[in-house]
Design a protein around this ligand. Sequence first.
Ligand code: UD1
Length: 425
Amino acid sequence: MRSLNMDKLVIEGGVALKGEVSISGAKNSALPILAATLMTDDACIIKGIPELRDTETMFKILRTLGKNVEFDRGIATVTSGRRKSHIADYELVSKMRASFCVLGPLLAKLKKAKVSYPGGCVIGIRPVDLHIKGLKALGADIDIDAGYISASADSLKGNLIYLGGVFGSSVLATDNVMMAAVLARGKTTIESAACEPEVADLAEFLIKMGAEISGHGTPVIEIEGVKHLHGAEHRIIPDRIEAGTFILASLITRGDITIKNVLSQHLGALIDKVQEAGVQVRRMDSSLRVSCRRQIKPVNITTLPFPGFPTDMQAQFTSLMSVTPGISVVTEKIYPDRFMHVAELNRMGANIQREGPHAIISGNKDLSGAVVMASDLRASASLVLAGLIAKGKTTVTRIYHLERGYENMEKKLEELGARIKKDKE
Ligand code: UD1
């Protein structure tokens, strides 16, 4: 569909956003759920898949592993092809770390998997020790050679696995180990499991496929192994990070936005901080209304695993605080180096000082438009938010990062009144 282009976004700041926006399906649910289709030979239908660079990469990976994938208007139909492969190669895994979540499904279904070792990325070193620890505990032999992790096991056996690491729980390690345990013999208990809604969504899909899982969404997940999984149909939950980004777009532009297709229970920590800053968020059935007329107050945030404040909203919140008069402190406890956006925001007139895992922000009322470079997915979103309020023209380059995780971002913002357009670099 799309090639890696060098498009840029050009934004004329200063418009208060108004109107309604509908949130797409969650990228971080879609990716492991697509990977889970590797665990059955039957057809699976997954609805609400956002059309993104990352979901496209996952389709490509599934195809190289022997699946047929058809994608039409948010619905992916995954069926089995004639030849299966257990090798996920460097070219695709290096594009997207989440590709690593094919490891558990391949091991469970084919008894062997060879997946490129994902490297670090701009947000940090990002080890995979917890994935390896969990799969070893299920009886897998793991070998690391020439940049690949090979896992094999004649049969996996359930176990008690403590999966907490230095930075707390791990989303994709929980996904990988849970998927492998589903087809293991006997009972597995994962302690210190990630509680993120996307992990729970994956568990719901696996249950529809015939898995026996309980406790998902809590730190203790219990899995009773089954022999076989069948095909299933599932709809992906709404993307809480996209919803959160639009909440902040409303605040930063002093707008009035109704955000549809959201689950507000997935946004508790963010909504709490928004209220602490002085803005009421009106929760309706499956939508939220965020209207901001007054100057907001500076607040401190600390990123933590769910239900704490999400690291994937840290950069966007930093943009908001940089236009909020007063001092605020952002503490990053998941990826202590995730501050690539700081230098770019400072180029727009923000006053942010980085001290180890903290960003100390002296909020200014005004930012000024500049040419800034997107370095990763959420950093790109923070620059777009800054551009929406900056005086004059902001050009955000390398927006392929943004397209990894936000479906039609510029179109959605345009419909809310933003002066934004995509251009060739
Ligand atoms: C997922 C999300 C990503 C989000 C992150 C944290 C997907 C596809 N991606 O990434 O958007 O920013 O959760 O909420 O769902 N860690 C280890 N050892 C491991 C694995 C992780 O020490 O084996 C550390 C990481 O370096 C990090 C922390 O644990 O400090 C959390 O990372 P993790 O939850 O694993 O992130 P991902 O699942 O890769």
